[in-house]
Design a protein around this ligand. Structure first.
Ligand code: ADQ
Length: 483
């Protein structure tokens, strides 16, 4: 871990109210013998506080019409997990429909054909109410309830109307859009009302908090006061409404990763062995470029591939010296836009390899699959240039993971200005991914960067990531929520 931090929600916040986490998915997977925990960095950061405070976890198991959801809580990792049952049609309407086909593109200013279906909204409302009802039933007196992400924006107010003793936090993992976009949403007032049920709303960036403040003022006649000057990346704003004693604090809480885990795996013997064999298997190129993303249209994978292909076409990169590895995790395959995105990416990979590959040596090595950390980290270690070029991204943890694994203080990060990570990782080669020429220039700059400059930029980024790891994030949020 980058710094000695107290478990979130306990020592730093000076209290130990039971901590309840609510998120769309429970951190569990079904196995032949029952349930297994499936913790990522975020879950690992929160589990100790939930367990030590006698807290609980609430979410969907990931299985439609899961009868086991009705069998009572799942006991794993020393905590009680409460499953929220969802039917197949609710998954289609609440999750794939309203969450992923309406809110996701709108919040990422990735506007597609309008997907504002009243049926999807109704399912979203019903599922949010179900979460709130379960939380109201299982939360111990005076608990802190931390609700996560855009699938559950109505839960704070729905819970507050049933339980005034609990403190309610909400964290938005994705961007919060500017009001010009947000007000397209037919149910815009309901969403803002829902969120304002919270005592504290965290955003990845200051800009998200400001965007939310603007819509609260515009739509609900709220008053917002920030405790500092606009532009301060850490400040807290207070939102109040006429005739209501309840106030909501808002602010930026940039999320991070479990740095210690990445460093440990990166330093391990098996990683070192895999790194050298990977370079050999890729044909000993001079420069290995890497992209690692969920296969999502917001991640800008297609533009990145086109920029790489154009640099080869123009002779600015050389297929014998430069190769790109692109790993794309399958995601949301039930949503049409995702199927179209996959087809386009695979067409581009075929086209560019068709033009530039030699027998036995593709210029793009493409993998459509999810990798274990044991397979992912050697890729980060072998990559001379990491390409993180989303059109919009709340934070982007891949950028931080890459930096955390570079124990050699080498490697160049090309990073989109439109990620939350760009606020902190200012020593990356920052780029506007909508600008094709700028994208090509940024890749070329990264490939040609001198070792001395690579080192000084990576050292600066590493010290920032090491200091601000996921425990730091969780502790700050929970201390503010308790305060
Ligand atoms: P995501 O959109 O999923 O998260 P990101 O932050 O990059 O984006 O996290 C992706 C995670 O998946 C990383 O931990 C990465 O290692 C992993 N991953 C990606 N491809 C993989 C592969 N092929 N195999 C295995 N693992 C892979 C949302 C928001 C982000 C925000 C996070 C956390 O969209 O902006 O940073 O939540 O708040």
């Amino acid at each position: 871990m980058g710094e000695q931090s107290d478990p979130p929600g306990t020592a730093q916040s000076g209290q130990s109210r039971p901590l309840i986490i609510a998120a769309n998915r429970l951190p569990v997977t079904r196995t032949e013998d029952g349930w297994a925990a499936s913790p990522g960095g975020l879950v690992r950061a929160l589990l100790p506080s939930v367990r030590d405070s006698g807290g609980k976890w609430v979410g969907w198991t990931g299985i439609a019409d899961d009868e086991a959801s009705l069998d009572g809580p799942i006991h794993l990792e020393g905590i009680e997990m409460h499953a929220v049952p969802l039917s197949a049609s609710e998954i289609e309407d609440y999750y794939e429909g309203f969450s992923n086909d309406t809110l996701w593109p709108l919040y990422h200013d990735a506007l597609r054909d309008s997907g504002y279906g009243a049926g999807d909204w109704e399912a979203y409302r019903i599922v949010n109410q179900r979460f709130a009802n379960i939380l109201a039933e299982i939360a111990p007196p005076d608990a802190m309830v931390w609700v996560h992400d855009y699938q559950l924006q109505l839960v704070p107010a729905m819970l507050r109307s049933q339980r005034t003793d609990v403190r309610i936090g909400f964290f938005n993992h994705i961007p919060f859009p500017p009001s010009e976009l947000f007000v397209r949403l037919p149910w815009r007032n309901e969403i803002v009302e829902g969120l304002l049920g919270a005592d504290l709303i965290g955003f990845q960036r200051r800009r998200g908090a400001e965007n939310f403040a603007a819509v609260a003022e515009q739509l609900l006649d709220a008053t917002v006061e920030f405790d500092d000057q606009p532009g301060d990346s850490r400040s807290i704003g207070v939102i109040s409404r006429p005739g209501s004693a309840h106030v909501t604090r808002i602010g930026p809480f940039p999320i991070s990763i479990d740095v210690g885990e990445f460093e440990e795996l990166a330093a391990g013997r098996s990683t070192r062995q895999r790194v050298s064999s990977l370079r050999t298997r890729l044909g000993e190129p001079e420069v290995i470029l890497l992209g690692v993303d969920r296969l999502d249209y917001t991640k800008g994978i297609g533009s990145r591939l086109k920029a790489f292909g154009a640099l080869l076409d123009e002779g600015r990169l050389d297929p014998e010296r430069h190769v790109l590895v692109q790993v794309a995790t399958p995601t949301r395959e039930g949503v049409d836009h995702y199927r179209e995105e996959r087809a386009e990416i695979e067409r581009l990979v075929g086209e560019i390899n068709g033009e530039h590959a030699r027998v036995g040596y593709p210029v793009i090595h493409y993998f459509h699959r999810s990798l274990s950390l044991e397979d992912l980290i050697p890729l980060y270690r072998v990559a001379d240039v990491m390409l993180v070029t989303p059109f919009r991204d709340g934070m982007n943890l891949v950028a931080k993971e890459y930096v955390a694994t570079r124990l050699d203080h080498d490697g160049v990060l090309v990073l989109s200005e439109f990620t939350g990570a760009a606020d902190e990782l200012t020593d990356a080669v920052l780029v506007n991914p909508h600008d094709d020429e700028a994208l090509k220039d940024a890749i070329e700059t990264a490939v040609a960067m001198h070792r001395h400059e690579r080192r000084s930029r990576m050292e600066a980024m590493r010290s920032l990531v090491v200091e601000h790891d996921v425990d730091h994030w969780a502790s700050r949020f929970l201390a503010e929520l308790a305060g």
